[in-house]
Design a protein around this ligand. Structure first.
Ligand SMILES: C[S@@+](CC[C@H](N)C(=O)[O-])C[C@H]1O[C@@H](n2cnc3c(N)ncnc32)[C@H](O)[C@@H]1O
Length: 283
């Protein structure tokens, strides 16, 4: 166990031997880890981490064993079961186990399955939420996931299911018609099918879309496009996963809220991109 650090605010939980804490590491930038996550890293004997966990976060657990358990893109679920059972074995061996997952462990991260397996085997758990890429990643791109002039709801969907196919259980008609803003995880592989399904269900071809790749990391790149042009623009740009796709007019807000560009000296492209013609805060 690492030497303890003093965190502000009183009693921080102790990671006891035989316990597993499932923790979200956030979308990339280590600064987006929570204090509970940091507290966990400082106590763990072993950290089992996923592919999208930013590796420098592991530096906060210098004395722990670091075990890579990454898998990308809808690999068979047997491997998932192996990971869960490995966690059980480690806990039963009396280790203080930290299961570190990208973003939030319960958002398209199979954290629920792992936690359920642990409970079924009598292993005590704690869940530490993290900042999900579909919220924090968009924020780093200057896109508010809700904005009262745009949306009173947001829908998070996955672009593929366990088999790697576009999820057959999703009702794209209902999503297109009922969701003001749609945030799509793992959408790159089936982007053409998703865009076609949304347009066939009535979403305008020129609806603003953004693709945010490697969000919050030093490699972050953002593509602004439209539903009709999205597939071709992604191919032309050469952008690669991991990526979050955002469909909706909130993407326009990037023209005034691209804070990273502004920090580098760029002026906002449009102070009123939604065309409200009034100060932002006036009711
Ligand atoms: C298995 S899901 C895990 C999601 C994670 N639990 C979360 O809450 O963000 C992996 C997908 O999340 C998205 N993702 C995760 N980190 C990302 C990042 N830094 N930039 C863009 N997309 C990211 C991508 O769609 C990626 O394919």
């Amino acid at each position: 166990m690492s030497d303890s650090i003093t965190l502000p605010g009183g009693d921080w939980p102790t990671l006891e031997p035989g316990w597993v804490w499932l923790c979200g590491a956030g979308p990339g930038d280590p600064g987006l880890l929570t204090l509970h996550g940091l507290n966990a890293l400082r106590q763990a004997d072993v950290v089992i981490y996923d592919a999208l966990v930013e590796k420098t976060i592991l530096d906060w657990a210098p004395e722990a064993e670091h075990v890579y358990a990454g898998k990308r893109g809808g690999k068979p679920s047997a491997q998932q079961r192996d990971i869960s059972l490995h966690l059980v074995d480690l806990a039963r061996a009396g280790k203080r186990v930290l299961r570190l997952k990208g973003g939030d462990p319960f958002v398209f991260g199979r954290g629920g399955e792992e936690a359920q397996t642990l409970v079924q085997h009598g292993v005590p758990i704690r869940i530490i939420p993290g900042i999900s890429a579909g919220i924090g990643g968009l924020a780093y791109a200057g896109i508010p996931v809700t904005h009262r002039d745009v949306n009173q709801s947001v829908t998070f969907v996955t672009g593929h299911d366990q088999s790697g196919e576009a999820p057959s259980s999703l009702n794209w008609n209902a999503i297109a018609q009922g969701s003001q803003v749609i945030v799509i995880y793992m959408g790159m592989k089936h982007v053409q099918r998703i865009a076609d399904a949304l347009m066939a269900a009535g979403r305008p071809a020129d609806e603003p879309c953004a693709i945010v790749c490697s969000a919050t990391t030093g490699d972050q790149s953002v593509l602004e496009t439209t539903l009709a042009r999205m597939t071709a623009d992604i191919a032309e740009s050469g952008l690669e996963p991991p990526a979050i796709l955002c469909v909706g007019r909130s993407v326009l807000m990037r023209q005034v809220l691209d804070w990273q560009a502004m920090a580098s000296g760029s002026a906002p492209r449009d102070l009123d991109p939604l065309g409200r013609g009034r100060p932002a805060e006036r009711a």
